[in-house]
Ligand binder design. Structure first.
Ligand SMILES: CC(=O)N[C@H]1[C@@H](OP(=O)(O)OP(=O)(O)OC[C@H]2O[C@@H](n3ccc(=O)[nH]c3=O)[C@H](O)[C@@H]2O)O[C@H](CO)[C@@H](O)[C@@H]1O
Ligand SMILES: C=C(OP(=O)(O)O)C(=O)O
Length: 436
């Protein structure tokens, strides 16, 4: 387990470029299994989860060529279906959430697929019902062995149909969409997730020869085709990194420019930070955050306390709520953070309270932050990173704090943020990585 030792209280300054989007990368890399032809992907982030999926795709028999530091070519001429039964596959696929998205392509191309219960953050129950209910509607049969947490699916004849998803699951929509593009006839997916990464996946599939209508909406109509061809795809900037850097700038009273932020694809993200009182200047595709000593949280129009809550896109992403929460610590005013989707993602506030933040955890889903308005600095402590976004939030808190902090289990952060310590050091942060 590695740790970060941080000397807090330093102002940062400079430009930072967001990495390619982690959650888009996972969908797009899985989709390369849909065709025997080469698929080239640009702006792939060099992060643990993505590297693990790339390795898995190679283990399955695809040719993986690294073209440069951010570009890969995948050619899945044939897949070694027997590998899906190996112990190695079970261990590797179980270590990340994104592995679940190889199911759709494998079903579409080979009529059968297997997967262990996937990993990912431990942030509450993370069911997969939406994926399997969708596959079943398309004609698949699935079997779950509770003994070894292994799913087996057989789908020798995928037949298009009408599917009303029980919830707008992101990876569920991606999986069902990837199965449907090669199914026979027409599939309709209603209550589909429609966030930018699903739109990106849909556009890539269309370039590969798929027939998809309704991209960007929650009603997707797919006419199945016989086969798909190769393509070239460039990932969007990671919107969660963009939001994290905005929060970082505000908390540490720093002047930071987020270059090439993909501002057209950020949805409500800039507005939510503006409601915390943070000034953002959009210049072309860059976001400039000026140095601000104080920022004041808005209230609702009737004067009541602001709530920031997550919702499926085009609502506010749950993956930025921990960062909004930590950013509110030094604001003036009060905000209620309501994490509706995940039930165990707010427990990390204990550590922030130990650092001196004024937060009341109302229940597992809601926390009230009473801003300190810089009247008092947080103080550095020793802590451990429970999940990827809490980890970055603790890092932001530590960088703003007085004195030294040590954050252990930073592999959680590395899973989604490329080389974060080095990139922040270039802005002037004092972070030391301690390997153990
Ligand atoms: C690898 C990947 O892409 N992971 C992302 C993906 O996870 P993932 O696709 O696993 O998440 P889902 O969209 O399936 O659902 C997330 C959680 O929200 C709940 N839920 C979902 C939809 C809904 O309408 N109502 C509802 O309550 C689900 O029960 C679940 O607990 O999307 C999540 C939601 O944006 C993000 O946090 C994850 O970072
Ligand atoms: C929850 C997240 O990731 P995963 O779904 O991979 O656990 C995240 O990126 O915030």
């Amino acid at each position: 387990m590695s740790s970060f030792k941080i000397q807090g209280g330093k102002k940062l300054k400079g430009e930072i470029i967001p990495q390619g989007a982690k959650n888009e990368a996972l969908q797009i890399i899985a989709a390369t299994l849909l065709t025997p032809e080469p698929v080239t992907i640009h702006r792939i982030p060099d992060i643990r989860d993505v590297n693990k999926l790339i390795e898995l795709i190679g283990d399955l028999g695809a040719t993986v060529e690294k073209l440069d530091s951010e570009s890969y070519r995948f050619t899945a001429k044939e897949i070694d279906v027997a590998y899906l039964e190996s112990e190695e596959f079970k261990t590797k696929a179980a270590s990340l959430r994104g592995s679940i998205m190889i199911l759709g392509p494998l079903l579409a191309r080979y009529g059968a697929a297997k997967i262990p219960r996937p990993g990912g953050d431990k942030i509450g129950r993370r069911r997969l019902d939406t994926h399997f209910l969708g596959f079943e509607k398309l004609g698949a049969k699935f079997h779950y062995s509770a003994k070894d947490s292994f799913y087996k699916i057989d789908a020798s004849n995928l037949q298009g149909c009408y599917i009303h998803l029980d919830e707008a699951s992101v990876t569920g929509t991606a999986n069902i969409l990837m199965a449907a593009v090669l199914a026979k006839g027409k599939t309709t997916i209603y209550n589909a997730a429609c966030e930018p990464y699903i739109q990106q996946l849909s556009k890539m599939l269309v370039r590969m020869g798929a027939n998809i209508n309704g991209i960007g909406s929650n009603l997707l109509t797919i006419e199945g085709v016989e086969s798909l061809g190769g393509t070239v795809h460039t990932l969007l900037p990671d919107m969660i990194e963009v939001g994290s850097f905005i929060g970082l700038a505000a908390m540490t009273q720093s002047e930071i420019t987020v270059k090439n932020a993909g501002v057209d694809h950020l949805g409500l993200i800039p507005d939510v930070f503006r409601r915390l009182g943070i000034k953002l200047e959009i210049k072309g595709d860059d976001i400039h955050i000026p140095e601000q000593k104080n920022y004041e949280i808005d209230t609702f129009i009737d004067g009541s306390i602001l709530t920031v809550a997550d919702a499926p896109w085009p609502g506010f992403t749950p993956d930025l709520l921990s960062i909004v929460l930590v950013t509110a610590i030094q604001a003036k005013g009060t905000v209620l953070i309501h994490q509706k989707m995940f039930e165990s993602r707010l427990f990390f506030v204990d550590k922030l309270i130990d650092m001196g933040a004024q937060i009341i955890l109302c229940d597992p889903h809601r926390a009230t932050v009473i801003g300190l308005d810089r009247k008092q600095q947080l103080k550095g402590i020793k802590m451990s990173s429970p999940d990827i976004r809490a980890g970055v939030s603790l890092l932001i808190a530590a960088l703003s704090a007085d004195g030294e902090s040590v954050i252990s289990n930073v592999e959680q952060i590395d899973r989604g943020y490329q080389n974060i310590d080095e990139r922040l050091k270039r802005l002037g942060a004092d972070i030391q990585r301690l390997e153990q």
